[in-house]
Design a protein around this ligand. Structure first.
Ligand code: SF4
Ligand code: FES
Length: 237
């Protein structure tokens, strides 16, 4: 796209008590302008009522996750110039809508809780129980560790839409890291929800979550590895 060319930004709009609609704004596609920059510019110069969420603006917090041209992305990491002259922006799927592009992240937290996604320290644990960075255990968990809870994978997951009881990719990815962590003793309790009919076996491994994760994690891989761990543990018992 030529620098200075106009981009038509089509944005989903909704507020409590009003009907949903799409609103189009036109904005010059300056070099390196991101989708988030464009939304900020629209809010600043054209429409102060437009609501969206962001914090860091540099791809660190995940709060600007939204669906841009049909795909979950971080608005602050997505350049307009890569998207063509017409850009459609809507909120993440499968979350309650607060307003315009802002969703309520509570279901994300709730799904984490269903699989016991908090580390459980042993009663006798030292304050800092280190696992060596080069150890086999640490290398197994490493690729799944950097989730920052943006919700993009949940939005992209078709099983989340189909089964509200499905914990979703991020929670299962987190469960994988804890089930592989020798310092965490809560494995027996965690297997109960993980082996229920709504959890591990529900994933169809379509990998939509992996395709959209801006942190380049593969929740699909974590789920498949957790399944293998489950089978091994069932065979042992
Ligand atoms: S796994 Fe990736 S896409 Fe899903 S919440 Fe974590 S960082 Fe976001
Ligand atoms: S605003 Fe923090 S990742 Fe986009």
């Amino acid at each position: 796209m030529n620098p200075g060319a106009m981009v038509a930004l089509r944005v989903y709009r909704w507020a409590p008590g009003s009907a949903e609609r799409w609103q189009e704004y036109r904005i010059p596609a300056a070099v390196d302008l991101t989708v988030l920059d464009a939304l900020v510019e629209v809010q600043r110069t054209q429409d102060g009522t437009l609501a969206f969420r962001y914090a860091c603006r540099v791809g660190m917090c995940g709060s600007c996750a939204m669906v841009v041209n049909g795909r979950e992305r971080w608005a602050c990491r997505t350049r307009l110039s890569a998207l063509g002259p017409r850009v459609t922006v809507r909120p993440l799927y499968h979350f309650p809508l607060v307003r315009d592009l802002v969703v309520d992240m509570e279901p994300f937290v709730a799904k984490m809780k269903t699989v016991g996604a908090a580390f459980v320290p042993r009663a006798e644990a030292q304050q800092f129980a280190a696992i060596g960075s080069q150890s086999r255990e640490r290398r197994a968990i490493d690729p799944a560790l950097e989730c920052i809870g943006c919700g993009a994978c949940l939005s992209a997951c078709t099983m989340v839409a189909h089964d509200p009881g499905f914990p979703g990719p991020a929670a299962l990815n987190r469960a994988f890291t804890l089930m592989a962590d020798s310092r965490d003793p809560a494995k027996a309790e965690r297997w109960v929800p993980l082996l229920s009919e709504d959890a591990l076996w529900r994933c169809h491994a379509q990998a939509s979550c992996t395709e959209v994760c801006p942190m380049e994690l593969s929740p699909t891989d974590s789920i498949l590895r957790l399944r293998r761990r489950a089978v091994a543990s069932l065979l042992r018992s």
